[in-house]
Design a protein around this ligand. Structure first.
Ligand code: ADP
Ligand code: MG
Length: 704
């Protein structure tokens, strides 16, 4: 039997198949991410306006709330103005109780149809008529509909959906399109939630939920738009659950697929174990040992590992990854160790080189800065299997086939690698069809809810303790005015042999403005701290210059390092004991916690001062106070996520968070758990089929 592809249907077809959408509008919409009618349908209103009560014009008074009135146009005229390009169109609308003056700026086209005798509805806030005239005026009211238009019921006499604006789509047209798409949804979208599940949680059908989401009250019953806005509507919950279920089924399927793929067999013999232990510069913490046991079990399972290792700053994730790489090398397999930035790649490379000194293993560093002949030589050595561990930035990913036997990929990710990129990592095969093991490390702790959404396809190891001998970093939030005293403290700390970081605030405009601000700040510090050696690092420096400054600081020949947030990414200078962050209110909590992790890494008691600028609001100060109260990165992460939402928590541009249309991983965390359980049940019993075709999740959803 030949299988014929089913026609895509209206919802998954092209946008310009819709009446009123031509190729130009379709292109505009596509540029805002609406590529199919389905995209439009799943773009839910963010609020509603109750236009169910029609007002009488006689009851309108200047300053009374916005209202809908309907009537007949008595007169209309285009007013000439002296300003070129500026037009005023005026119409008088009468509903039998009184008349109102409608004033439209720069909408001359209205003159073409809003002629005397036209019957229409408008919605707007009444204002003063001025100049002694009587009656009310409505300036730029929303022209809702022609009274005789069969679609007028979508915009008038009901609770009306208000959407975030999309270029090229006027509200009235949009409501009409959505109404049509809801009918298409009845025909084309199957009900996928098992009836028992719906019954257990009191959830309505998909068709009803979509209708209610767009036009409250249309599935029968009283409209309750507040329930949507406050996220307590069962109609919304149903859509949220379905979206999360799709996500979780996808993640669980990925996890299950790995069970049928071979992975490199990496087993530590007692001899290898002794060898690795002898290389360690310190005793592992119990948490590190636990993580290594879990990883060890994965590596000898014959299946590719896919493990997420997270822990607070300073809990020692790097050594866990390096030991794993060494085990892989001992068994004859290569490791790619990927860092998000060159600074961090160089630092990881330095710790790998240090540990491997005196062993037979050859490590290498491969970043964009390695060019020409050295690069070609290195790639040849990798291909020949002469290099066992290569540390680099994700540019490594663009050199496919570079390895002879890639057994392990370590990703130190700072959320910068998307789920899709991780999937690519696992596709290169070894000589026996083996897929490499993958270990992903996060820079900061990830709240449970987010970890489930982002890393639900992976096993998780958590480092929940710091190496012994670390005292918590004494943290204060101070006003800018205290800078002088703070600098005196810095000076005293340097006199005692310590070192300090001073972090300058983010500058949004450009890297060069930020660089100049950092340079200027360094100058100020040199004046304020005479005799102290001050260096500066920022994104505008070349790699060599940055490295020179960083290694001078690490080597102790610089006392104070002024930095933009380039130091955030995991730099490790154990002697640094003082951190000052300027304009701390401009940073996210998780980021500040990460910055704070740059000190308190050695045995020296450490201090941290967050300076709040004059513009800092009470809310911002309250937020900063979280860092004074706790040094538990998981608590900080939860607070940050709660206060800023997942987009900002992850950083919007580099989020790698699957794009969720309706669900919010923070507010809907309860449903996330339900979805996880239900998805596991469906996948275990082979009933996940209907969820394999994404409805909510975009195909490109997982690209970071
Ligand atoms: P993070 O988890 O933030 O990446 P690192 O791996 O950079 O932490 O480790 C932080 C510091 O602690 C490093 O200087 C590292 O050498 C050190 N370290 C890691 N594990 C231990 C341990 N078990 N005992 C003592 N020091 C350790
Ligand atoms: Mg780290």
């Amino acid at each position: 039997m030949t299988s014929e592809a089913a026609p895509p249907g209206l919802l998954r077809g092209p946008l310009d198949a819709l009446k009123g959408i031509g190729p130009a509008r379709a292109r505009d919409l596509a540029s805002s991410g609406v590529e199919t009618p389905l995209d439009l349908l799943l773009h839910l209103p963010f609020r509603y306006e109750d236009r169910s009560r029609l007002a009488r014009i006689a009851d309108l008074a200047p300053g009374s709330p916005a209202a809908t009135v309907g009537g007949t146009v008595l007169s209309a005229r285009l007013v000439r103005t002296r300003r070129p390009g500026f037009t005023i169109f005026e119409a008088v609308l009468d509903d039998g109780t009184a008349s109102a003056r409608l004033v439209f700026f720069n909408q001359p086209w209205l003159a073409r149809w809003m002629t005397p005798g036209t019957r229409l509805f408008v919605f707007g806030a009444p204002g003063e008529t001025g100049r002694g005239r009587r009656g009310v005026v409505l300036e730029n009211p929303a022209v809702e509909a022609d009274v005789d238009d069969p679609d007028s019921s979508l915009s008038v006499g009901r609770v009306v959906p208000i959407y975030r604006k999309l270029r090229g789509l006027q509200p009235r047209l949009r409501r009409r399109l959505v109404a049509g798409l809801l009918d298409a949804a009845d025909r084309e979208l199957p009900e996928r939630l098992p009836a028992a599940l719906r019954a257990a949680h009191g959830l309505p059908t998909l068709a009803d939920s979509l209708r209610e989401a767009h036009f409250p009250g249309s599935a029968g019953g009283d409209p309750d738009p507040e329930a949507f806005v406050e996220r307590r509507s069962p109609h919304l919950s149903r859509l949220v659950l379905e979206e999360l279920l799709e996500l979780q089924v996808g993640l669980l399927l990925r996890r299950r697929q790995r069970r049928h793929v071979p992975g490199p067999l990496l087993a530590a013999t007692p001899e290898i174990r002794r060898r690795l232990a002898s290389l360690l510069p310190f005793a592992l913490t119990p948490a590190q040992r636990r993580a290594i046991r879990q990883i060890g079990a994965d590596l000898r399972s014959g299946r590719p590992m896919s493990r997420f290792l997270h822990g607070d700053v300073g809990t020692g994730k790097t050594i866990v990854a390096v030991l794993t790489a060494l085990l892989s090398a001992s068994c004859g397999w290569q490791t790619a160790f990927l860092a998000p930035t060159e600074v961090l790649a160089e630092q990881h490379a330095a710790s790998v080189f240090r540990l491997l000194r005196g062993t037979e293993f050859t490590p290498a560093l491969l970043t964009a800065r390695v060019r020409g002949r050295p690069r070609r030589a290195l790639l040849a050595a990798l291909a020949a299997g002469e290099v066992q561990i290569v540390v680099g930035t994700h540019a490594l990913l663009t050199d496919p086939g570079a390895f002879r036997r890639l057994g392990l990929v370590v990703v130190d990710e700072q959320h910068r690698f998307g789920v899709a990129q991780r999937a690519v990592l696992g596709t290169r095969e070894g000589p026996g069809g083996e897929r490499p093991h993958v270990l992903v490390m996060s820079a900061t702790p990830i709240p449970r809810s987010l970890a489930l959404a982002l890393y639900g396809d992976m096993d998780v190891s958590t480092l929940d303790e710091r190496p012994p001998g670390r005292s918590p970093v004494a943290t204060r939030v101070l006003p800018e005015a205290a800078r002088r005293e703070v600098l005196a403290e810095v000076d005293a700390e340097v006199a005692r042999g310590g070192q300090a970081y001073v972090v300058v605030p983010l500058v949004e405009e450009s890297e060069s403005v930020e660089a100049r601000a950092a340079e200027r700040h360094a100058e100020d510090l040199r004046r304020a701290l005479p005799g102290r050696r001050v260096a500066v690092v920022h994104g505008r420096l070349s790699g060599e210059e940055r490295e020179a400054a960083m290694s001078a600081f690490a080597g102790g020949s610089v006392d104070v390092l002024v930095a933009t947030t380039v130091i955030e990414v995991g730099v490790d200078v154990p002697n640094a004991s003082f951190l000052v962050v300027e304009n701390a209110e401009r940073f996210g909590l998780a980021q500040l916690h990460q910055l704070r992790g740059r000190v308190g890494r050695g045995s020296r008691p450490s201090r941290c001062v967050f300076l709040a600028g004059e513009a800092a609001t009470a809310e911002a100060l309250d937020r900063l106070d979280v860092l004074v109260r706790t040094d538990d990165g998981f608590v900080v992460a939860e607070e940050d996520l709660k206060r800023r939402g997942p987009g900002d928590f992850l950083g919007t541009r580099q989020s790698g968070v699957p794009f969720l249309r309706v669900a919010n991983v923070v507010l809907d965390v309860g449903w996330l758990r339900v979805a996880r359980d239900v998805a596991a049940g469906l996948v275990d019993s082979g009933r996940e089929g209907p969820f394999a075709e994404p409805l909510f999740l975009r195909r490109t959803a997982s690209d970071g």
